[in-house]
Design a binder for this molecule. Structure first.
Ligand code: URA
Length: 429
């Protein structure tokens, strides 16, 4: 087998063989495929697309390019993945809530991408929390806490690690086949028995239309199921932040408020919808009632505490999280320039404002300031009087706060009352 044969088949518009795709994935992992060949391969798939059968073959080949975890636990092993949004800290609530309901969640998460936040960046805000433990510790925390949220080790789907870096610089990220195989290869390598996917659509998501989101949801569900992992997807609304906060510390705080029963709202509701589907698939009766009980009764918070402590964070984080999270130097209200109802929210603009405040990265080497961001963001449809707050800004410097205030005032349009659409738009699978 030779890289050129696989690339030439793609160039001619022919389907590569499953064996060719397997060979290519292992060549990506062991370095025998060059970066130029990887780029040509990615462009070939972008332009020509793969059959469903070959998308599954590529996903399995990328999963098998590294270590595939196996578990020996007394309950089902499940996980969720979100395609990314703003104020989306569902993982921080969902993983411990699921653990409290008797399933195990070895959650391999990512960092922020573009305007969207990343779960690992949020967890980095917790002093001591190790997002990259060795496998023995990862396994121990999953066993003892029921959940552990960590980064992918170098051994997990190395073919994806390499191909993703090449796609990033060759304008080949936007391919349904490549996105599907990339996301699923890492998730499936964690040895899952069930998966739920949160495919976001709207102003704060990568997918701006229902059609795009539905196509991705269908590709992910059919591929994951064919790869042997029972999977459901939800297309969910991202026309406004899920939590009313954006930024790493602020989102940990939002998640802790839901986990400790201080707040409900969309973060709570979305956690229930995604979690109930996973528990139902795992054969657990009354899934929604169990999740509500775990969240309202403190069992989910207790699992969060065990996970944080198991991964190096403070022992009493759940009891006293405010003490451990850094606070920004400049905290100011953002006044509404006119009176009106919140007619639309440009989620991408809000996310980029947080990145500019230092809450995300513009290049890989940027250091994140965990304390900065937005809190108390108004919701669609709310009535706001001139001068009343649209949100609160958390910044490191006055000039940065000033700039972000202008961006937020432009991103939140005030006018006639707008209907916020349903949080869950569609279920696939
Ligand atoms: N996230 C991934 O892990 N891979 C992609 O291709 C896109 C988003």
């Amino acid at each position: 087998m030779e890289a050129r044969a696989v690339i030439a088949a793609l160039r001619r518009g022919e389907e590569p063989t499953a064996e060719g795709l397997r060979w290519f994935a292992s060549g990506l992992a062991d370095g025998s495929v060059s970066a130029a060949q990887a780029g040509a391969f990615a462009m070939g798939i972008c332009l020509r697309g793969l059959s469903e059968e070959n998308r599954v073959a590529l996903t399995l080949a990328m999963r098998d390019s590294g270590h595939v975890m196996r578990w020996d636990l007394d309950g089902p092993v499940v996980d969720k993945h979100s395609t990314g949004g703003v104020g989306d800290c569902v993982s921080l609530v969902l993983a411990p809530a699921l653990a409290a309901c008797g399933v195990y969640v070895p959650m391999i998460s990512g960092r922020g991408l573009g305007h969207t936040g990343g779960t690992l960046d949020k967890l980095d805000a917790i002093p001591g929390y190790a997002v990259a433990p060795d496998e023995a510790r990862f396994r121990q925390v999953v066993r003892e806490a029921g959940c552990a949220i960590v980064s992918a080790s170098a051994e997990i789907a190395p073919a994806d690690r390499r191909l993703y870096a090449v796609r990033d610089v060759t304008a080949t990220v936007e391919s349904l086949d490549l996105i599907t195989s990339s996301i699923l290869s890492k998730k499936l390598a964690a040895g899952l028995e069930g998966l739920v996917l949160d495919v976001k659509v709207g102003s704060g998501a990568f997918m701006k239309t229902d059609e795009e989101a539905r196509a991705l949801a269908q590709a992910l569900v059919s591929t994951a199921n064919a790869a042997g992992c029972p999977t459901t997807a939800f297309v969910t609304d991202m026309n406004q932040p899920i939590a009313a906060a954006l930024g790493n510390t602020l989102e940990v705080d939002a998640a802790m408020r839901v986990l400790t029963g201080r707040e409900q709202g969309p973060l709570y509701e979305l956690t229930l919808a995604l979690g109930a589907a996973l528990l139902e698939g795992a054969g657990i009766a009354d899934p929604e009632a169990k999740l509500r009980a775990a969240l309202d009764g403190g069992a989910a918070a207790e699992r969060m505490g065990r996970m944080v402590y198991g991964l190096g964070g403070p022992m009493n984080f759940v009891e006293d999280w405010g003490r451990y999270l850094p606070e920004a130097t400049v905290i100011r209200e953002i006044p509404a320039p006119v009176s009106g109802h919140v007619a639309s929210i440009d989620g991408e603009a809000l996310g980029l404002a947080v990145v500019r405040l230092g809450g995300g990265r513009t290049v890989e080497t940027d250091r994140i300031d965990p304390a900065v961001g937005l809190s108390d963001v108004v919701r669609l449809g709310a009535r706001v009087e001139q001068g009343a707050p649209l949100a609160r800004i958390h910044a490191a410097r006055e000039d940065q706060a000033e700039e972000a205030i202008r961006v937020v005032q432009n991103a939140i349009a005030l006018g006639d009352p707008a209907e916020a659409g349903p949080l869950v738009r569609e279920r696939v699978g």
